[in-house]
Design a protein around this ligand. Sequence first.
Ligand SMILES: NC(=O)c1ccc[n+]([C@@H]2O[C@H](COP(=O)([O-])OP(=O)(O)OC[C@H]3O[C@@H](n4cnc5c(N)ncnc54)[C@H](OP(=O)(O)O)[C@@H]3O)[C@@H](O)[C@H]2O)c1
Length: 337
Amino acid sequence: MTELTNHQLRLIARPTGAPSAEHFEATEEPARVPEDGELLLETVYASIDPAMRVWMNEDPGYVPPIPLGAVMRGGGIARVLQSRDEAFEVGDVVAARPGWQSHPTLPASEATKLDLGLGTIEDWAGPIGTTGLTAYFGIREVGAIQPGETVLVSGAAGAVGQMVGQIAKIEGCTVVGIAGGPEKCARLTEDLGFDAAIDYKAVDHLEAAIAGACPNGVDVFFDNVGGETLDAALANLRLKGRAVICGRISQTAAEELYGVKNLGVLIGKRARVEGFIVSDYADEFPEARRWISQRLREGELKQALHVVDGLERAPEALAMLFEGKNTGKLVVRVTDA
Ligand SMILES: NC(=O)c1ccc[n+]([C@@H]2O[C@H](COP(=O)([O-])OP(=O)(O)OC[C@H]3O[C@@H](n4cnc5c(N)ncnc54)[C@H](OP(=O)(O)O)[C@@H]3O)[C@@H](O)[C@H]2O)c1
């Protein structure tokens, strides 16, 4: 081959607040012919995740920063166009880290062939991909939910949050979601089976709103938001309650961090706060994917992708996460599935 052009978006400036188009530059170069052990890929979906904003920092903490001038880092689903590795064939669909580029050439060792018997490409981009696994392990293993318990989820209309609430319902819990806006809240209760939803943008006092929705207190708080939301939830924990710290998007792009005040509650309530990273559970991913896949087929679990079309719109899509403009798992469609 190949006359293919690899379209890219490179990080050219580090944001102080929310990310936007000015932090990226579009470039293109001929797609590179793969060498031994490499694959030429065509990106189908680029995953848009809150952590990408953290990777744009000079010191992201748990991973190296993205160098200025480099292609924006990111996960995604891609199709194999050329293979120089015997484990992959042309047409295979893989999960990889294509970043923001249309036709990357990557080491085959960094790609995982997807079993399309387990779910569609869209399922792999969403519920049986990383966000579904994050929800599954976060609420079941870290949250250790038990039937009959009350579960409170923040960021509940987002990719991880929607799955957390539905999994907790399957496990016999009462589930209350916190989300921004009446449409998102209606989707939680009317489409996804949540018992109640709190529109945090419409309440004056979140702590009191949680107390109203969870009159016996919260056994497990699954937190995607952090900051004041975490404080309000901690104040409502029951005896032996658990707060699962999955993310803190309210702080991810904040220029001034919020200091959590209610940690003292943990003493009298004998409660615990525990963070986790989904990759801690990598050995158990196959079993979790089978569990999720079966419930998707049976209609017990739902997750619609929120699709933004066109690689050039990836910066706009990333900003949407911080403006609450996505409902469910956000992806950019780079080429047709
Ligand atoms: N620990 C892990 O291994 C792991 C793995 C994957 C993801 N995560 C974390 O999980 C969280 C959710 O990720 P996701 O991919 O599912 O994103 P998401 O929830 O689909 O999207 C982000 C949502 O956060 C809400 N939000 C944004 N700014 C906010 C603010 N200031 N206050 C309150 N809510 C705000 C918005 O919803 P509203 O309209 O409701 O405001 C927005 O739609 C993130 O914090 C992410 O970093 C952790």
